[in-house]
Design a protein around this ligand. Structure first.
Ligand code: FES
Length: 293
């Protein structure tokens, strides 16, 4: 096993370029393995632009390796960045140590560069699809939707990433997303017309009762109140857990995953969480209760 020393710079703590190069020369002569430059495009303190710094280090040094710590991919054109990396790597004879990130969500660069911060969310989703981490995809997809990404934007991003992801990863991701059954990804929300589904005979649900009904691959909680039927998607609005019948206690429903509690007479979340159950349109037709999705 060997141990190497790498030194990182974020701010530029030198009086000028001469001091910087003196420090670089000392590192080169003194056996330091690598230098690392943080990437900030907007900052109160002076900070070198990291790709320009990489190119300058490639020309100044002969032995030292150097890397970005890490370069914000979402703030740059990826094709141009790849070409810059390849150029610096060739000219430095393989001494570039590239590191890529997405960019801080709170960084001022998004505004300064007129970029939509949702880009970061979409790239996060794509990286999880690329790594095929189902848990990560679920987590980052929900975060993207919370941050305002639309279903169409997510689907567009996946298709745009086709050259990197390939068909099998995209179909895997679509399967995971469909399984999550997010309202935004339902056919009707995507402009595909939905249809009415026959849940039960009207008389089979007693006044005041709640039933969990499975129908055409979906499940719903149905409450028959004084003013009619309320039909709710069985998937929790938090992280789309399919809430089982066992979670029912009278007209109160407690999601087993993080214990959000819902009142089935109104659909409201009454404890722990902050979002109501997703209600489905319903109607009675010839004595049958129908729901729309
Ligand atoms: S998934 Fe239901 S409370 Fe978190």
């Amino acid at each position: 096993m060997s141990v190497a020393i790498g030194l990182g710079l974020m701010e530029f703590p030198f009086a000028g370029a001469a001091d910087y190069w003196r420090w670089v020369d000392l590192c080169e002569a003194g056996g330091v393995d690598s230098l690392w430059q943080t990437d900030r495009l907007v900052s109160r303190q002076p900070i070198l632009e990291c790709m320009a710094a990489m190119a300058a280090l490639a020309g100044r040094t002969r032995r030292l390796r150097f890397g970005m710590n890490v370069v914000s991919l979402a703030l740059r054109d990826p094709v141009l960045l790849a070409k810059q990396c390849a150029t610096i790597d060739v000219l430095s004879q393989g001494r570039l140590l590239p590191g890529f990130g997405i960019g801080s969500p709170r960084g001022p660069e998004w505004t300064a560069m007129h970029l939509d911060p949702k880009t970061r969310d979409l790239i996060s989703v794509i990286t999880k699809v690329h790594a095929r981490t189902e848990r990560g995809l679920r987590q980052y997809l929900l975060r993207a939707m919370r941050d305002g990404c639309t279903a169409h934007e997510v689907l567009d991003a996946l298709l745009m990433a086709f050259p990197a992801l390939g068909l099998s990863r995209i179909t895997w991701a679509i399967d995971v997303i469909l399984e999550m059954d997010l309202p935004e990804f339902r056919p009707e929300a995507l402009g595909v017309p939905g249809s009415w589904h026959d849940l039960a005979a009207e008389d089979s649900i007693a006044p005041g009762a709640v039933e969990r009904i499975e129908c055409d691959g979906r499940a719903a909680f149905v409450h028959r109140g004084a003013s009619g039927f309320m039909v709710y998607d069985s998937r929790c609005p938090h992280e789309v857990t399919n809430i089982p019948h066992l979670a029912l206690n009278g007209t109160t429903l407690t999601c087993p995953k993080h214990e959000w509690v819902f009142d089935l007479t109104t659909g409201a979340c009454i404890d722990k969480g902050d979002r109501p159950l997703n209600q489905r349109r319903s109607k009675i037709e010839r004595g049958r209760l129908l729901a729309f999705w």
